[in-house]
Write a protein that binds this ligand. Structure first.
Ligand code: GAP
Length: 504
């Protein structure tokens, strides 16, 4: 059964992934706060994206630009004139909708065929009693909607102490423009040759008319964007370089999401129709994900041609060209833009990882995160918290491993419950320390120095010398090859799931 959004929202709150912003004041549905586990997951997403698309590529450099930019940037980019959505209002309840989203909502209907009884009818369907279709406000079912008006999505603010037109500027609605306006700075300072890319991850702001669906559409969010500049006169494998690179980026981005766990059947590509293309785009392809709300955009990969560099050159009066040594001419590069949302990626990874299963007659909720994404990599759990040596050894293991990964110590319940808690937040491995590890001084028995590693997915356990933990986890967190650990150390057992002290 696919996971519902309600389940994810509730798990996120209960286990410290995502909280509603300003909840004690009633909250807002348009911005969210990442809790202790959410912030780890989000950082892991950004870190892996940076590692795979920036750090490991010779043709990519990074940037961290300001959120507030010169207001002309947004005039040149077309955002002041064109970054709008059509908006309609209800005359009765004053509810505001995006005109193109109204029909995608369930609608309230007071049915004349049933003495005016109120029904909430699924989106796009007619009333089963009177056959009517929605014409009024979907929220209250009573008011007429206004004609659509264009609403600019940029948040306005003022730079400096005077709040007048001259001081007006915007919170950036995308990170992309900073890469265009810094094109020449980056080119000259890094002495780059085409093709090369500039990457940036950071916050963007959009005053969405109808934010919602948890962290899917919010007014403040994070993007990970790449502007990959190519010479439009070049060819690769007989094709124009911009078109070749566009397809290459589509394939690479799909492969990236698959690599970190999104299932093939939950991913698809969607080509934008001509009429739907943004004003700057030659071609755009979205990677859609099957979110709990249905197929929706996870990220977009656009061929923005030379639109942005030419616009900024025109408005700033500065040349934003590249000298093509081979052809001895100045050219304006084309740009391919893979643009992903961090929050949407997080929602997709969370939804895809969520599984409920039955284990020994009990429900087990498990987040099967890729180990590199998991917020906590290892949980160290003492089997008996009353045995000082066990507790000391467990704390020591946590401290030693924490220099390398996010590791937690927990002794607040019996072992079966501690395992379930870690499963529910996606911790790939647990380490338990027991009497066998440390020995029993009263009986004159010395310990074997081995601890138990428990694998989240198979629930198998293997005993490993304490000194081997770091190299073993390094390997596991990189390739997740539990089979190799089993083959090396042997003696695999199933997790008992209940402590010797007995589950509370
Ligand atoms: N520079 C191009 C650009 O910004 P976009 O399709 O508008 O393109 C890119 O945004 C990605 O940013 C989207 O695919 C989505 O993942 C994320 N995104 C956009 N608006 C968002 C919002 N209101 N809330 C959360 N994520 C959003």
């Amino acid at each position: 059964m696919p996971v519902t959004m309600d389940t994810l929202v509730s798990l996120s709150k209960r286990r410290g992934f995502v909280f509603q912003s300003s909840e004690i004041y009633g909250g807002t549905g348009s911005v969210w706060d990442y809790g202790p586990l959410g912030v780890e997951l989000k950082q892991n997403i950004k870190r892996l994206w940076w590692r795979d698309f920036v750090q490991s590529r010779a043709d990519m450099v990074g940037l961290d630009a300001s959120i507030l930019m010169h207001p002309m940037v947004w005039t040149a980019s077309g955002h002041v004139d064109k970054f709008t959505d059509p908006m309609v209002d209800c005359h009765e309840c004053r509810h505001r909708f995006r005109a193109d989203h109204v029909d995608a909502r369930p609608w309230t209907h007071y049915c004349p065929a049933t003495k005016g009884n109120k029904f909430v009818i699924p989106a796009g369907e007619a009333c089963g009693h009177c056959g009517a279709r929605r014409t009024l406000c979907p929220e209250c079912g009573k008011g007429e909607l206004t004609a659509p008006r264009q609403f600019n999505l940029m948040f306005k603010t003022f730079m400096g102490p005077v709040e007048d037109e001259a001081a007006l500027t915007y919170l950036r609605p995308e990170t992309a423009q900073a890469m265009f306006v810094n094109f020449d700075n980056v080119l000259q300072s890094m002495r780059l040759k085409l093709p090369f890319g500039i990457a940036q991850a950071g916050r963007s702001f959009r005053n969405e008319i109808t934010p919602g669906n948890f962290i899917f559409r919010t007014r403040e969010f994070e993007q990970m964007e790449i502007e990959d500049f190519v010479n439009p006169h070049d060819t690769v494998e007989g094709r124009p370089a911009d078109e070749w690179w566009h397809d290459r980026w589509i394939a690479d981005c799909m492969a990236w999401f698959r690599r970190y766990g999104l299932r093939e059947e939950n991913l698809r590509l969607r080509e934008h129709e001509k009429a739907e293309l943004a004003h700057y785009a030659k071609r755009t392809v979205d990677i859609d994900y099957l979110f709990p709300i249905g197929w929706s955009e996870l990220m977009g990969i656009a061929n923005r041609s030379d639109y942005d560099l030419k616009q900024h050159s025109k408005f700033s009066g500065k040349s934003l060209t590249y000298f093509d040594e081979e052809r001895k001419e100045h050219i304006v590069p084309f740009v391919v833009e893979p643009a992903a949302g961090v929050d949407r990626a997080l929602l997709a990874f969370l939804a895809d990882a969520y599984q409920e299963e039955e284990v020994r007659g009990e429900k087990r909720v498990v987040l099967r995160f890729h180990p590199e994404l998991a917020p906590v990599k290892v949980a160290v759990l003492p089997l008996l918290k009353k045995r000082e040596e066990i507790v000391r050894t467990a704390h020591g293991i946590r401290a030693a491993l924490s220099r390398h990964f996010r590791v937690v110590y927990d002794d607040t319940a019996a072992i079966g419950r501690l395992y379930r808690r870690q499963d529910e937040v996606g911790t790939p491995y647990c380490v338990t320390v027991d009497v066998q590890t440390v020995g029993d001084r009263d009986k004159g028995e010395s310990g074997d120095g081995r601890v138990t590693i428990r694998d989240r997915d198979s629930m198998q356990q293997v005993r490993v010398p304490e000194g081997e933990l770091l190299p073993v986890f390094r390997g596991l967190l990189e390739d997740g090859d539990w089979g190799a650990v089993v083959a090396r150390f042997g003696g695999v057992t199933a997790d008992a799931g209940r402590s010797r002290e007995g589950d509370p």
